[in-house]
Design a protein around this ligand. Sequence first.
Ligand code: GTP
Ligand code: MG
Length: 212
Amino acid sequence: MRILSRFMAAASDERQFPTTDLPEIAFLGRSNVGKSSLINSLVGNKIARTSSTPGRTRSINFFEIRWPGKPKPEIIFTDLPGYGYAKVSREVAQQWPDFIEPYLKQRAPLALCLVLIDSNIPPQESDLQLMDFLRAASRPFVVVATKSDRLSGNQLTTSMQTLSQTFHAPRLLLYSAKTGTGRDQLWQEIRAAASAFSQPNIASPALRNRGA
Ligand code: GTP
Ligand code: MG
């Protein structure tokens, strides 16, 4: 199914966050892990700018997601600046308290955080710190291992075991923006989180606690 999506706003200050009550899905992770590519792969359109140079995304970028035949958008995706690269980390460290931390702590419509980790590299301290931060902020999150197309079957199994043990992630979703691996499963997670957010009374406790 074709998904209709469009860029909505870029914010590098709390005052620039758009006012909306649609459930938001945030894409988080180290610079270059593939956040913007994952958004483009999910929607089947190049709405988020990608780059082989770490530090491409500098603001929180909001995208409206709408299904054909529906009159209004139903979900918002937010693409966040990456962290953890020596070259860009000082700048991101300065931005973090300015607008990224307030976004993650206070943003009312934030329904789910997707924490992207690279399936090709060993666990990183900065990813552990982010997950600790999200747990402390009581934000549900799902861990997504990106660039799975770069590993063979055996390498992938070993890497997934190490990553899930280190991050204490009950389960990791595998993804490749190149081949589309994991796309349907990730959409299921996103839609479940969005509908639980829109109908809080029937949300299952299991879903709300996932990742915590
Ligand atoms: P920042 O905005 O700098 O934080 O980076 P980002 O996390 O948004 O990464 P981005 O999507 O810009 O991708 C970084 C690089 O990884 C680009 O060269 C992408 O082509 C590549 N890449 C992203 N996803 C995949 C994937 O699934 N497979 C492969 N092989 N390469 C990927
Ligand atoms: Mg990006």
